[in-house]
Design a protein around this ligand. Structure first.
Ligand SMILES: NC(=O)c1ccc[n+]([C@@H]2O[C@H](COP(=O)([O-])OP(=O)(O)OC[C@H]3O[C@@H](n4cnc5c(N)ncnc54)[C@H](O)[C@@H]3O)[C@@H](O)[C@H]2O)c1
Ligand SMILES: [Fe+2]
Length: 377
């Protein structure tokens, strides 16, 4: 386990603008920098409101980012980026758009291919373009981080690229952009933010410098997620979640997630279940499984979520389950169209994600993973 004197590296965007009404500050920043050719990478919904960013100059909008993007979607983005020859790339959307913007910023005009940069520190620098990130969901925290995830359709696994060269020059976090997120997506993405915090907090590599963000991010989700699901225009609740998402992003860089995300990934890659919804479904199972290894931290998590538990594993499971179920999230795999004949293949896929499973505070054997999928079915 890590302790207070363990080395850690913290990397953040140089500028973080935060608060309702800050979106248009991006335009002022870009003008001051003299960026005249700008490529905005976005999804169909957000592409219709690029004007809220106040950008000036020759602006190209890529509007076709798909949720949980795959390599084919990235290829389209790279073709657009090569054609636009932009000075500034802007990721405008949820984690899907921001992750593809990161990859476009380093791969467009480069001799390196996606395959050559998968893993940590493979991207050759320096980056030739500036990069700005503007999140429109409160979930991934991708705006603050150096990772990008793309699904490989052949293996149905997430390819993870990690590079300092994908760090944004500026992140503009305007909670007002999230008012339009539908209740279901609000719930799922909010649990994703919480999962980043909880999995970093209970992590084998947990560090006191990050625990601060992790537990506060968890508390913000406990306080505000139900409110935002109920009333999407609740500005205070939306701001609380945007902050929780950012704090989750702070957790991902130096510590990262663990068993929860490893078990959630096959639900997204094999069955296209939204990333946050998959995390929510898995969350109570892994939290309860890990409780014997990190009892104090588990208690702190449940306190932060505002749910009373005893030291008993079942009570942790019940409280975590009802936290997610009360948000209207479907908590049964069978109800999401996953056939039980796939549980073995899912367990194989999850068990192969060593980069995350090795962070888990308690060893998750393949049989444990299979049992969790069975219980979640
Ligand atoms: N880079 C990282 O560190 C990191 C961390 C966690 C997750 N991720 C990745 O992020 C992706 C998921 O991102 P996400 O959960 O933000 O979802 P998303 O970006 O896929 O968006 C989900 C849906 O919400 C819509 N949407 C986005 N903003 C909206 C708004 N303001 N109003 C209405 N609709 C809106 C999108 O069009 C899309 O249909 C996954 O690929 C996941 O692997 C990356
Ligand atoms: Fe996540």
């Amino acid at each position: 386990m890590v302790s207070l004197d363990s080395p850690i590296t913290i990397i953040r965007p140089e500028i973080i603008e935060f608060g309702v009404g800050t979106a248009e500050r991006l335009g002022k920043w870009a003008s001051d920098k003299g960026y005249a050719r700008i490529l905005v990478i976005s999804d169909a919904f957000n592409a219709t409101r690029v004007d809220t960013l106040g950008l000036k100059g020759e602006i190209t909008v890529f509007a076709d980012v798909t949720p949980e993007p795959d390599t084919a979607n990235l290829d389209k983005v790279l073709a657009a980026a090569n054609a636009a020859d932009a000075q500034l790339v802007v990721g405008f959307g949820g984690g899907s758009a921001m992750d593809l913007a990161k990859l476009a910023a380093v791969l467009a005009g480069s001799s390196q291919t996606l395959r050559e940069v998968v893993g940590p520190n493979k991207v050759h620098g320096p980056r030739r373009v500036a990069l700005a990130q503007v999140p429109t969901t409160a979930g991934t925290g991708s705006e603050a981080g150096i990772r990008a995830l793309v699904t490989d359709p052949d293996t149905m696994a997430k390819l993870a690229v990690e590079s300092i060269h994908m760090l944004a020059d500026i992140a503009v976090i305007d909670p007002a952009l999230t008012f339009t997120v539908p209740a279901r997506t609000t719930a799922a993405t909010g649990v994703d933010a919480m999962a980043h915090c909880v999995e970093a907090f209970t992590n084998r590599k947990a560090h006191p410098m990050i625990d601060l963000y992790a537990i506060e991010g968890t508390r913000l989700v406990g306080k505000y997620l139900a409110r935002a699901v109920k009333d999407g225009a609740d500005a205070e609740a939306r701001a609380g979640l945007a902050l929780a998402s950012l704090y989750g992003g702070f957790c991902l860089g130096p510590v990262n997630t663990a068993g929860g995300h490893a078990l959630a990934y096959p639900l997204g890659t094999r069955w296209h279940i939204a990333h946050g919804a998959a995390n929510a479904l898995i969350f109570p199972h892994v939290l309860a499984f890990n409780t014997p290894s990190v009892p104090e931290k588990t208690r702190a998590v449940m306190d932060a979520l505002g749910r009373k538990t005893s030291d008993d594993v079942q009570s942790v499971f019940d409280a975590a389950y009802s936290f997610c179920a009360d948000l209207g999230i479907e908590m049964k795999l069978s109800a999401l169209g996953v056939p039980d004949s796939d549980l073995d293949a899912m367990a194989d896929d999850a068990f192969a994600i060593r980069r995350l499973l090795d962070n888990n505070p308690r060893d998750l054997a393949r049989a444990d993973i299979r049992s969790i999928y069975e219980a979640a079915y």
